[in-house]
Write a protein that binds this ligand. Structure first.
Ligand code: PLP
Length: 397
């Protein structure tokens, strides 16, 4: 059978694939520690569940407007004003089935054949395929561990060509946990405004930040910047609602309207009662968010200290999100039972076989020599997992 060129272009999400591998081993009774999945281990707060349950019981079970209910769009506008100091009307908002779907629709509505989208590496695994599926060309621009994995304005400027449509900024970042300061964002915004390229600002981890870091939404830096920015966000990570599938975009009305048309001909509305839950998430008590973030910070400290204590391993200290991205280049080229570990993919396989620990190879995020560990898991499991990694690495020669 001949599949479409598009389908042939896409491989399965590596983070979902590694989680599936770990689960398959567990089903065979093998004790695997998984640092694979990028999701909170917390359950969704009860008051959010109750809002969705009440919606179901009240019969809120029909189609809603394709782009989301007015109630949720208004809650999103209020949140953007309150937390991000940026003013949008509901015509500037589209609710989709998760932040990933928001980005996908944006790419479909906005990227044309041959349009270039600058993606700083390390990047979230789904950006390049979503750009490519829309016919665009992902332009990967490396950032360095020494510079905290942040894109510099001069590096951005050098990557811009007449075909550049947009740059993706993901702060705090998956996979590095890097978070930009206001001044750094101002530098990038100045370049984008001068060249009139769009900024796709993925802020899905904005509330999961540490050590007093204050998230700044790049759209809040002024009207000129706001006019070229599309914010991608959602409730998955902050409110432990990954399975609910509610994400949203805020941006220029023309782009939002085009995305809405595409959504109306593909998925239609995001699930009606999940939207009610999202309203409660945004408007209700935020107490559990603070509890969860404080705990993630403790785990960040634990995993970062354990990883950097391993000989030859360095690791940028994450300021946000819930991932560590250690540098294991010192171990590439070493051998296990005569077989050379040539890259991060082979190292990942080795750690699964030898240590029964699942991690994601850095190459999937555009950075060879690194591994990504997602750490919303119990502290004692983190400790045991990193110990196993350390012991397995020590066996390489
Ligand atoms: N953006 C980034 C950087 C992510 O890591 C993820 C999820 O892993 C998403 C967006 C999308 O999240 P969701 O589709 O669950 O809302």
């Amino acid at each position: 059978m001949k599949l479409s060129t598009r389908a042939q272009m896409v491989k399965p999400s590596p983070t979902l694939a590694i989680t599936a591998k770990a689960n398959a081993l567990r089903a065979q009774g093998i004790d695997v520690i998984s640092f694979g999945a990028g999701e909170p281990d917390y359950d969704t707060p009860q008051h959010i569940k109750e809002a969705a349950i009440a919606a179901l019981q009240e019969g809120f079970t029909k189609y809603t407007p394709a782009g989301g209910t007015d109630e949720l769009k208004e809650a999103i506008c209020a949140k953007l004003q309150r937390e991000n100091k940026v003013h949008y009307k509901k015509e500037h908002i589209l609710v989709s089935c998760g932040g990933k779907h928001s980005f996908y629709n944006l790419a479909q509505a906005f990227i044309d054949d041959g349009d270039e989208v600058i993606i700083p590496a390390p990047f979230w695994v789904s950006y390049p395929p979503m750009v490519a599926l829309a016919g665009g060309k992902p332009v990967i621009v490396a950032t360095s561990e020494e510079e905290g994995f942040k894109l510099r304005p001069d590096t951005l400027e050098k990557a811009i060509t007449p075909r550049t449509k947009a740059v993706v900024i993901n702060s705090p970042s998956n996979p590095t946990g890097a978070a930009y300061t206001r001044a750094e964002l101002q530098g990038l915004a100045e370049v984008a405004v001068r060249h009139q390229i769009f900024i796709i600002s993925d802020e899905i981890y904005e509330r999961i930040v540490y050590d007093g870091y204050q998230h700044v939404s790049i759209a809040s830096l002024g009207e000129e910047v706001k006019a070229i920015t599309i914010i991608v966000n959602g409730v998955s990570k902050t409110y432990a609602m990954t399975g609910w599938r509610i994400g949203y975009t805020a941006g220029p009305q023309e782009i939002i309207a085009a995305m809405n048309r595409i959504q109306s001909q593909s998925t239609s509305n995001p699930t009606s009662f999940a939207q009610k839950g999202a309203v409660e998430a945004l408007q209700g008590s935020q107490a559990e968010v603070s509890t969860m973030v404080a705990e993630y910070q403790r785990r960040r400290d634990l995993i970062w200290e354990a990883l950097t204590a391993i000989e030859g391993v360095s690791c940028h200290k994450p300021q946000g999100a819930f991932y560590c991205f250690p540098n294991l280049k010192a171990y590439l080229g070493k051998a296990c039972k005569g077989e050379r570990i040539k890259d991060s993919t082979r190292l990942t396989d080795y750690l699964l076989e030898e240590a029964r620990v699942a991690v994601v190879p850095g190459v999937e995020f555009g950075a060879e020599g690194y591994l990504r560990l997602s750490y919303p898991i119990a502290p004692e499991v983190i400790q045991e997992g990193v110990k196993r990694i350390r012991e397995a690495l020590a066996k390489l020669d």
